[in-house]
Design a binder for this molecule. Structure first.
Ligand code: MTE
Ligand code: MO
Length: 546
């Protein structure tokens, strides 16, 4: 090497080298993490962002990206890592030391981010972080070397040099090392070498990322889940007949009305898990502890055997807007929560039933609620199938009439009896109400806001007041008199009901509103509130053109 300028790598190439070092570090880490079904560096860091970010930031993400906030967070994490990599590449133009140290530091951050994950553990996190750092540092060095021509040339020459020295051929050794040191590679060869390695590393990182994705989608958990055999609950036959009857009715056949039982694949999903916990039911147990006479532990098979409660329950998210779709009705099968609690023996003064998922999410609700006669269970099945993995496999809690954030723990791990004062679930310090009864709500599924209609128009939708039943749904047009809609057959007090009213439209713009009355005689309030802190209220209102 003759001059200083030659030893300083060009900025764009240095940036590309750094960026790819970052990308390959992430890809390698994700790949080994996926092999071991552990959260990788991307998920680890993204999870810590969610944990530590101020509430406004998380809300902002949810507002901008809606339900796609998870992919957005993951893509954002990857982009930032690659940009930081590019910056490290530029900082490493003279020597690779800044890049090497920088990547090692990111490895350390990744290690801490992954190690606090309940699904990971320190050993796995350390291993994944080391693989990431090795890949990143390796790629950084290879790409910088490649800027000066064939990467292996130096290595090969050095080996030849050593070999010939060992064989005592001094002259050949001198000649070889002279070739390496004094014959600069032509710029076009250097460029081709760099482009070749760059492309190779980019392709390898991409393949690594794709491979880790497909590894994750076909997990041992999905195999175990498919092998589960559910026992049929005693009342399952009657319920199936009732559902068939509802589905045969003219109301259910209204085009675009929400089905009375939402298929698992369409059921709304809300949780904080960036990586859906993958639980092998063979080494999973549910523990009931805290303020109980005896701590109990149940295996998955214990629960399957006892799962004789089958009940359609409408589950709803507290952040559902009026008219929103974060609500669904499904047939849940499981063990009555009170059956398990009674066996453990709830101690007097245990005013709160708290629960925790394997990934550390928590919630809680008053013990009285579980004992007021409503449906509450540890569910193992949804719509006749083992719980879908995204919906809590192997077990979750379902309590009719409580929003999910206070009750419906998926990937259930532990139920702890405590007091209302002593424990707050995940969402409580984040500004949501301690108690979360579901507000009576109704929704117009058809027509949609902004639709153009004519002639006789079926106005139809669903209404829910889980645990209190729905007894009346009314519709009004242009703030005229309330008209009672036809109600679909009830699946029980915990399930939503379909409703329909046929309306003779007149030309012009119209406002359509709906309100429901629950089994206690209470009609849902007109007062509009935001979802926070305890659920949105108000009448779903749409504007249409006839
Ligand atoms: N482990 C875990 N369980 C959870 C949550 C979560 O973030 N983690 N979110 C809750 C919330 S806010 C809701 S509304 C319901 C949604 O259940 P679903 O995704 O099956 O519809 O799950 C509840 N259970
Ligand atoms: Mo929720």
């Amino acid at each position: 090497m003759s001059s200083n300028s030659e030893s300083l790598a060009p900025k764009p190439k240095a940036a590309i080298a750094g960026l790819l070092a970052g990308a390959s570090a992430l890809a390698a880490g994700e790949f080994v993490a996926a092999l071991g079904s552990k959260p990788g560096p991307v998920i680890g860091v993204a999870n810590r962002v969610v944990d530590k970010a101020p509430a406004w930031f998380v809300d902002f993400g949810k507002q901008v990206f809606g339900l796609d906030d998870k992919p957005a967070l993951i893509i954002g994490t990857i982009l930032i890592a690659m940009l930081l990599g590019a910056a490290l590449g530029i900082a490493s133009r003279k020597t690779r030391l800044p890049g090497t140290i920088g990547i090692a530091l990111f490895g350390l951050v990744g290690f801490f981010a992954m190690s606090v994950d309940a699904q990971s553990g320190t050993g796995a996190a350390l291993f994944i972080a080391l693989v990431s750092v090795a890949a990143g540092v390796g790629v950084l060095h290879i790409l910088f070397n490649a800027m000066n021509g064939p990467v292996m040339a130096g290595v090969v020459a050095k080996a030849q040099h050593e070999a010939s020295q060992a064989s005592g051929n001094q002259a050949a050794a001198t000649a070889t090392s002279a070739t390496v040191e004094h014959q600069p590679v032509s710029p076009s060869v250097a460029r081709r070498t760099f482009v070749g390695w760059t492309g190779g590393v980019a392709v390898a990182s991409g393949l690594g990322a794709l491979a880790s994705r497909s590894l994750r989608s076909r997990t041992s958990t999905s195999v175990a889940r498919e092998g589960v055999e559910l026992v049929s609950a005693d009342s399952a036959g009657d319920l199936d007949a009732l559902i068939a009857e509802v589905n045969a009715s003219p109301i259910a056949k209204t085009p675009s009305i929400t089905p009375i039982v939402v298929p698992n694949s369409d059921f709304y999903r809300i949780d904080t898990a960036l990586l859906v916990p993958q639980i092998d039911p063979a080494d999973w147990t549910l523990t009931i502890d805290g303020m109980v006479e005896r701590e109990l532990t149940f295996t998955y098979d214990d629960l399957l055997e006892r799962a004789n409660m089958v009940e359609p329950v409408t589950l709803s998210c507290v952040s559902n807007q009026v008219g929103g779709d974060l609500v669904g009705n499904a047939v849940f099968q499981g063990v009555a929560l009170t059956e398990l609690l009674d066996e453990a023996g709830v101690l007097p003064g245990a005013t709160q039933i708290s629960s925790r998922s394997v990934d550390g999410w928590t919630c809680g609700f008053p013990t009285d609620v579980a004992y007021d006669g409503r449906t509450s269970m540890v569910a193992v099945a949804q719509n006749g199938e083992p719980l879908p993995i995204e919906h809590g496999f192997p077990a979750r809690i379902v309590v009719s009439g409580l929003y999910g954030y206070v009750s419906a723990t998926k990937w259930l791990d532990r139920i702890t009896l405590t007091t209302l004062e002593d424990f707050n679930g995940y969402w409580i310090p984040r500004g949501w109400s301690k108690l979360g009864p579901v507000k009576t709500q109704s929704r117009i599924d058809t027509p949609r806001n902004g639709d153009q209609v004519s002639g006789s128009v079926p106005i139809a939708g669903v209404a829910w007041a889980p645990s209190r039943d729905i007894v009346k749904v009314e519709v009004r047009v242009d703030e005229g008199p309330w008209m009672e809609a036809d109600l679909g057959e009830s699946l029980g007090e915990n399930a939503w009901r379909q409703w329909r009213l046929d309306w003779q439209s007149t030309p012009g713009e119209h406002l359509i509103q709906v309100r429901a009355t629950d089994g206690t005689g209470e009609t849902q309030t007109e007062v509009r509130t935001r979802p926070d802190p305890d659920g949105a209220s108000g009448w779903h209102t749409i504007a249409i053109q006839a």
